[in-house]
Design a protein around this ligand. Structure first.
Ligand SMILES: NC(=O)c1ccc[n+]([C@@H]2O[C@H](COP(=O)([O-])OP(=O)(O)OC[C@H]3O[C@@H](n4cnc5c(N)ncnc54)[C@H](OP(=O)(O)O)[C@@H]3O)[C@@H](O)[C@H]2O)c1
Length: 253
């Protein structure tokens, strides 16, 4: 199935590792021009750009930009436009996930989690939507939420869970506002996916988790990436404001 993504300009936040990396590769495989940012993993980011360009013959741009800093997000978006062209698709993927019971969290940790996971998404989306409206062209935003938005966590990630709930509400609210202008906004809610974010918890509690996952395994990042690429494509042209359940049956809402 041709997804008509060739030469589209895609910006993926947090593309250096895990699900974001798989999303970058899935778009590159469709012939899209892929930009992504990172905050710490410079070597991995540079290696990924080179890999995507070598393997898929497409342009790939990595940018160091902290999603908790408005000026860095704005500068990143300008750099992407100047290097690859006007952005067609934004994937809000970057996130942090501190651990502990409610009593262990400082207000700073709560605010830092929201700064990256929610405010960063808001700023990047506002900047991309504003340009898409100005250019009078359609586009797509895909937000990587989590099953934790609906079910919370059993391992103590309250700021993260709450931030993911905000992402789901943001997806609906923005979709209502901009869908008539040709901009679709959707989210994916993964369950457990094999990345650094959950590697330790998964190894420690594998048996317990498996009891809650009807598909009886952890997801691979590529499986989430495939959903994102579909949602961003014209083939998903009648889907907006949705949060796709990619939890291996954990949710079954
Ligand atoms: N893994 C799961 O089981 C799971 C389940 C549900 C939802 N999700 C969601 O899926 C998304 C990706 O998760 P993941 O498991 O792939 O995470 P991960 O392996 O921890 O990777 C996180 C990515 O976000 C980037 N990042 C973190 N803080 C940033 C900041 N302040 N500014 C810019 N980039 C930043 C990291 O960049 P650096 O490499 O530079 O640090 C990295 O590229 C997240 O939204 C997460 O909530 C994951």
């Amino acid at each position: 199935m041709d997804l008509h993504l060739k030469n589209k300009v895609i910006l993926v936040t947090g593309g250096s590792r895990g699900i974001g990396r798989a999303i970058c590769e899935a778009f590159a495989a469709e012939g899209a021009l892929v930009a992504f940012n990172y905050v710490n993993s410079q070597e991995k980011a540079e290696a990924l750009s080179a890999y995507l360009q070598d393997k898929y013959g497409t342009k790939a741009l990595n940018v160091k930009a902290d999603m908790s800093k408005e000026s860095e997000i704005s500068a990143m978006i300008t750099q992407v436009e100047q290097t690859l062209g006007a952005i067609d698709v934004l994937v809000n993927n970057a996130a942090v996930c501190p651990s502990g019971p409610i009593t262990s969290y400082s207000t700073e940790t709560w605010n830092e989690t929201f700064a990256v996971n929610v405010t960063g998404m808001f700023i990047a989306s506002r900047e991309v939507v504003s340009r898409l409206l100005q250019q009078q062209k359609g586009g797509a935003i895909v937000n990587i939420a989590s099953q934790a938005a609906f079910r919370g966590s059993t391992t103590g990630h309250l700021p993260y869970d709450s931030s993911k709930g905000a992402m789901v509400s943001f997806t609906i609210g923005l979709a209502r506002e901009v869908s008539a202008k040709g901009i679709r906004v959707n989210a994916v809610a993964p369950g457990l996916v094999r990345t650094e974010m959950v590697a330790k918890t998964w190894e420690e509690r594998k048996e317990r988790y498996l009891q809650t996952i009807p598909i009886q395994r952890i997801a691979e990042p590529q499986e989430i990436a495939d959903i994102v690429v579909f949602l961003a494509s014209e083939r998903a042209g009648y889907i907006t404001g949705a949060t796709v359940d990619a939890s291996g049956g954990m949710m079954m809402r």
